[in-house]
Design a protein around this ligand. Structure first.
Ligand SMILES: C[S@@+](CC[C@H](N)C(=O)[O-])C[C@H]1O[C@@H](n2cnc3c(N)ncnc32)[C@H](O)[C@@H]1O
Length: 258
């Protein structure tokens, strides 16, 4: 245990009591030991039926693998988004906010069999804190044999990040952009302004956490969503407006008039 961790542990013990100390210590140990199930996870992913149903796919990410790749989503909401995205069988996807890889995994199985999937996350971030390096091999294993997965460990707001995405796209356009990274008002706005021009006409842009809730979970995404939905006429996929967070806002990139 490093010095910082030890002093933090003493702090929790003093301020929050034994029960909370034990709970947090256990959660910490589970997080540190997660990588132990990596070989098992790789095997399960490899043998998961390529053509399994959406329900089986959702069961897999939500209930299997001890939450290793559990998405930060409400099942019914992500299920509806996948149905919508599945209709266009995207060939090029950009996700901002990889975290545990849950949504990336689901998108990879909903995309076309030769899709290019780019997923970006910070090495450390406010909303989930990025991911450990050992997860890279896990995330790479999501790709079907003709798919390509690019993992960017970068701040999506940096000019170089946009350039890297552009370099991968070449002449192509994004079919689907999923914005689930920086949840501050300026952060989500910047992601939208930087990357939505790369989405083809008729492509899909979706935002997570449009339902008002605790700031530490949703940031200011609900406010941003309220503003742009007026303008773009978005669709809202929300299980319950009282659930305090979550919810997905979807807009279809404008189709040029003939
Ligand atoms: C809520 S999590 C994403 C959850 C994931 N989409 C899922 O449901 O499986 C948000 C992630 O965005 C990342 N993030 C925050 N700001 C970012 C930025 N500026 N650029 C890239 N990633 C960022 C965080 O590190 C965090 O891992």
């Amino acid at each position: 245990m490093g010095k910082n961790i030890a002093s933090r542990a003493i702090e929790i013990l003093k301020e929050e009591g034994m029960k909370e100390f034990l709970r947090k210590t256990l959660a910490y140990m589970v997080r540190r030991a997660e990588f132990l199930i990596l070989p098992y996870a790789l095997l399960k992913i490899k043998h998961l039926d390529r053509d399994c149903s959406l329900n089986e796919l959702l069961d897999f990410v939500f209930n299997d693998l001890a939450s290793l790749i559990k998405p930060s989503q409400i099942r019914s909401e992500i299920s509806e988004l996948l149905n919508i995205v599945g209709e266009i069988k995207p060939r090029v996807i950009l996700e901002i906010g990889t975290a545990k890889g849950g949504t990336m995994f689901l998108f990879s199985r909903t995309a076309s069999k030769d899709a290019t999937i780019i997923s970006a996350d910070l090495p450390r971030g406010m909303f989930g804190g990025g991911y450990s390096n050992w997860r890279k091999s896990l995330y790479k294993s999501f790709a079907l044999s003709s798919q390509k997965i690019y993992l960017f460990r970068m701040d999506s707001h940096k000019k170089e990040s946009l350039e890297q995405v552009r370099a991968i796209l070449g002449e192509e356009r994004l079919d689907f952009l999923f914005v689930d990274g920086d949840h501050s008002y300026e952060g989500v706005k910047k992601d939208f302004e930087m990357y939505s021009p790369l989405v083809r006409q008729g492509g899909i842009v979706a935002f997570h956490d449009i339902v008002p809730g605790p700031t530490e979970n949703v940031g200011e995404v609900p406010q941003f969503w309220r503003e742009i939905k007026e303008f773009y006429g978005g669709k809202e996929v929300v299980e319950d407006w009282e659930q305090g967070g979550y919810g997905i806002g979807i807009i279809i990139s404008k189709v040029k008039k003939q």
